[in-house]
Each structure stands twice: as structure tokens, then as C-alpha cells.
Design a protein around this ligand. Structure first.
Ligand SMILES: *Cc1c(COP(=O)(O)O)cnc(C)c1O
Length: 241
């Protein structure tokens, strides 16, 4: 295959995948009593070459997610980002907060009060406010970061007092599950926490975005109330690290 036809076939694959996924998102949204536009698609671009990311952006993707600060900073100038939002979705270390604040449109992976405080500090320093989602460790997994369900409400009240950030919703990655029944239980638990916090009407805490669902489970996540799905491999193919 020539270089050119290789690139064109990659472009065709990515566009086809995006069309199929958009259709499935729309179907699941309607099935859950909402409109297709009520669920946003994020293209997760970690490890993906900017060339291929641009194929997706040229095909209408309006939101991308990266896991690492360094990777986002390195790639962003090569991307066709006009009118496109970029979110951080991977664990943020305190010492990297200063580099990402003002660059990412949202930090979805905010997993402790400590990192909230650091993002707030860096935001105030730059005279801006940063939109964040709070990440819940719904399966109480030791190898994962995120707020504990048991302490979450208390943490939210503490975070509500902090200036320089806006809490816009929740993000979560459920554990790998043996079957769909167990997986759906996790999605339902996340949704219930989201609705519960929303119902408390806490100042500076706006529950407008529920971010859950990835390549393997996004339709189920939408049926359980997801408003933003983060999809990588189903768009770009398997990741090569
Ligand atoms: C990598 C990643 C995704 C996308 O995973 P896929 O299974 O490739 O769709 C979504 N969310 C987070 C937080 C990720 O790290």
C-alpha cells in the first residue's frame, strides 16, 4: 500500500466508526427518553497521532480528551481545534496543575480535595475559573483514584467553598465487570449520586454533565443516564503504546 492510500484508508475507517457511533449514541439517547443532542461524544485521543486526530476533527468531532498533561501540550498546536473543546481525563498530579490550567477547557479527572485546591490556586493566579468534573471511584478500587462514595457528599460541601473552580458534574470509570447486570448496577449507582447531589442545590456545584461510558459500554451508560461518553479505541482502533 502506498503512504497516501494508507492514510486515506485510515481516514475512511475513522469517519465510518464515527458515523456508526453517532448513530448508536442517538438510538440509545432516544431509548432513554432524551434527544440525540443531549449526549455528547468525546473522542479520546491518548496515544493517537495528531494526523489521525485531525481526521476525526475534520469529520465533525467537537470534543477531545487526553489523559496526560504533557501529551496534550505537545499535540495541541498540530490539531484543528477551531471550535473544539479539549478536556483532561487522566489523573492530574499537583505539580502539573499549573501547566494545564488555562489550557484545558475542563478537567474531568478531579479526584481529591487536594487537587481541587491546587487547580483553584493556579486558576486564581491566572485570573480565570476552571470547569471541573469530580471523579468518583465507584467500585472502591485500590488501584484507581477518585473520591470514595462514602465521603463524597462531605467533600462536595468542602469543595463548594473553594473559589477559582466550577464543578459541572461527575465522571466515573466503573470496574471491569463479569456481566452487564453488574456493570449496569455501577452506572445506576453513579447516576443516583449525580441526582442526589443535584437535588441538594449546593452553591457553586452544578450537576449538568454526567460523564460515563467508553468504547465497550457507552450504549449501556447512556441508557443509565450518561450525558457524555468518552470513546477512544472504537474510533481510532486499538491503542499502540
Ligand atoms: C482511555 C480512556 C477512555 C477511552 O477508552 P476506550 O475504551 O478506548 O474507549 C475513556 N475514559 C478514560 C478516563 C480513559 O482513560
Amino acid at each position: 500500500m502506498t503512504e497516501k492510500s494508507f492514510l486515506e484508508s485510515r481516514r475512511a475507517d475513522i469517519c465510518y466508526n464515527l458515523d456508526v457511533i453517532s448513530e448508536k449514541i442517538a438510538e440509545a439517547a432516544i431509548k432513554s427518553g432524551r434527544r440525540p443532542e443531549d449526549v455528547r461524544l468525546m473522542a479520546v485521543t491518548k496515544t493517537v497521532d495528531p494526523l489521525f486526530i485531525n481526521f476525526a476533527l475534520d469529520h465533525g468531532v467537537k470534543l477531545i480528551g487526553e489523559n496526560r498533561v504533557q501529551e496534550l501540550l505537545k499535540k495541541k498546536d498540530e490539531l484543528h481545534l477551531d471550535g473544539v473543546e479539549k478536556h483532561l481525563i487522566g489523573h492530574l498530579q499537583t505539580n502539573k496543575a499549573g501547566q494545564i490550567v488555562g489550557v484545558a477547557d475542563m478537567i474531568q479527572s478531579v479526584d481529591s480535595v487536594k487537587i481541587v485546591k491546587e487547580i483553584a490556586k493556579q486558576s486564581l493566579k491566572k485570573g480565570i475559573e476552571t470547569d471541573v468534573l469530580l471523579e468518583i471511584n465507584i467500585g472502591a478500587e485500590e488501584n484507581k483514584t477518585g473520591f470514595d462514595v462514602g465521603e463524597f457528599t462531605e467533600s462536595v460541601y468542602e469543595i463548594a467553598e473553594i473559589g477559582g473552580i466550577h464543578v459541572k458534574g461527575l465522571m466515573s470509570v466503573p470496574p471491569i465487570c463479569e456481566n452487564d447486570t453488574i456493570l449496569c448496577k455501577f452506572f445506576e449507582n453513579i447516576y443516583n449520586i449525580y441526582v442526589d447531589i443535584k437535588g441538594k442545590k449546593i452553591d457553586n456545584i452544578n450537576m449538568q454533565i454526567l460523564s460515563m461510558g467508553m468504547s465497550g459500554d457507552y450504549e449501556k451508560a447512556i441508557l443509565c443516564g450518561s450525558e457524555l461518553v468518552r470513546i477512544g479505541s472504537a474510533i481510532f482502533g486499538p491503542r499502540i503504546y
